[in-house]
Design a protein around this ligand. Sequence first.
Ligand code: HEC
Length: 204
Amino acid sequence: MMRRLMVLVPVLLLPLSASITSTTTPDAPAYTADGAMKLPDNYREWIFLSSGLDMNYNSAAPASGQSTFDNVFVNPSSFRTFLATGTWPDKTTFILELRSADAHTSIDRRGHSQSTTVNAIEAHVKDEAKIPGKWGFFEFGSDKSARITASPADCYTCHEAHGAVNTTFVQFYPTLIDIAKSKHTLSPEYLKDASFPSPSPASR
Ligand code: HEC
């Protein structure tokens, strides 16, 4: 009898533990009681996609002359799905972290390195149950939670018009763009942008 019980107990526990893990996927977006998105506190342990330097949404140079890095991270489970499919699943969360470019730090004489202070943080999230347009932007600044940026806004317009995959800027993420090409998941908008004369028609 005792032996039979010992076999039964783990079987009975299984569905319970499975349902706990599925509702608390560690890298899914989380929200406060009043619907603001919580800044994921371990995003620095996520997958690093790229650092843009002085990528600017306006062509005008920054008045201050201060250069800025933006670091892009994505949650690991969505990254793995992207490797397999070339698209982003529900609950994908990107974090964009802005840091000033420092000069003459330590032994560096002529390059730039990233400041220890974070200037601002933004997120781009796919949450089909919570966001009417599926994808939403959140501007945290230096706060730990942020309300969704209401649409229409520049964020949505530019990402929808130019993002290479699912309104995200995969064309700037060097380990991902070739996956999107091989899986044929590039957006028509990006392909239109990319149809300017190719530098080397021979390289296919
Ligand atoms: C004029 C175009 C443009 C506008 C407007 C714009 N972005 Fe972006 N965004 C970009 C580009 C280009 C990148 C790629 C950055 C890189 O490679 O480092 C990017 C990347 C991002 C990412 C990383 C995930 C992704 O989608 O690729 C986030 C988060 C983000 N932007 C948030 C915002 C928010 C919030 C706003 C509005 C306040 C905004 N963006 C407005 C062009 C734009």
